[in-house]
Design a protein around this ligand. Structure first.
Ligand SMILES: [Zn+2]
Length: 261
């Protein structure tokens, strides 16, 4: 399997909340897109791993994903370990994404921070030779042949790593993707996770049955963020992202002309 984009989150609703409009946009452009969740989300205040799996399947169908895998690392106790990196490296070698989207290094949720380090290190390490213990003799012979065919290790690494903007504020995004045409679809997508968010955006919920994302304040935040990111590029709704490296611009005039339409 060969993916163009792989989105990696900690919990089954992360990629939909922070990049759902972008995934819909990329799929509409014909890209091959996958999502990897590192936990089943079983530690959430509401919902268990079974109900969260049903919600995830519904959201995956709406997205029309080419690949989705949910690993079973412990929700709430996700750590950047060699074991976690080895699992992710195996998946990166199998799915060969060109660009990975994942969390930044500073987040509100500790699991989200752990995902950042696991993914960033794995994206680099997957360009190194597989360790002997990871392969059988047959695989070793095939892997040596394959390595000869590939000219450099660099070519097997994803060419870009992009960070979501989580709940902590950032000075400004590195780039914004126009998701105006996908706003309602993104809302429907996030509402698939009905144990986590309110499907009635204005519903009043008692303190015993609420969390930040299971409140009307979440929907205010949802709309406000997309409107603010959109306003930065002159569109109605956008999703903002960060990159550690500056983006290369080929033609400054066409780049800036696109800013307001
Ligand atoms: Zn999460």
């Amino acid at each position: 399997m060969k993916l163009d984009y792989l989105f990696v989150g900690a919990h089954p609703d992360d990629c939909e909340i922070f990049a759902g409009g972008t995934i819909l946009n990329l799929k509409n452009q014909g890209a091959r897109v996958g999502i990897l969740d590192l936990t089943r989300g079983e530690a959430g205040t509401f919902g268990d791993s079974q109900t969260r799996k049903q919600e995830l399947d519904k959201a995956s169908q709406l997205l029309g994903l080419d690949y989705r895998e949910t690993l079973d690392f412990p929700d709430g106790r996700l750590e950047d370990t060699a074991q976690a990196r080895d699992r992710v490296i195996t998946i990166l070698r199998a799915t060969k994404p060109e660009v990975i989207f994942t969390f930044p290094s500073i987040c509100r949720h500790p699991d989200h921070e752990a995902v950042h380090y696991i993914v960033r290190k794995s994206a680099y390490l997957c360009g190194l030779k597989p360790r002997q213990s990871e392969t059988t003799n047959q695989q070793r012979r095939e892997s040596m042949d394959q390595q000869r065919r590939e000219t450099t290790d660099q070519q097997r690494r994803p060419c870009g790593l992009v960070e979501f903007i989580e709940f902590y504020p950032v000075e400004k995004p590195s780039f914004v993707i126009d998701v105006t045409d996908y706003y309602e679809q993104k809302k429907a997508l996030v509402k698939c996770f009905s144990t986590q968010v309110l499907t009635d955006e204005k519903a009043e919920v008692s303190a015993a049955h609420t969390t930040f994302i299971r409140s009307s304040a979440f929907w205010d935040n949802f709309e406000g963020r997309l409107k603010w990111f959109g306003s930065l590029i002159g569109v109605r709704y956008g999703e903002g992202f960060m990159t550690a490296q500056p983006l290369r611009v080929e033609n400054p005039i066409s780049h800036f002309k696109k800013r307001f339409r």
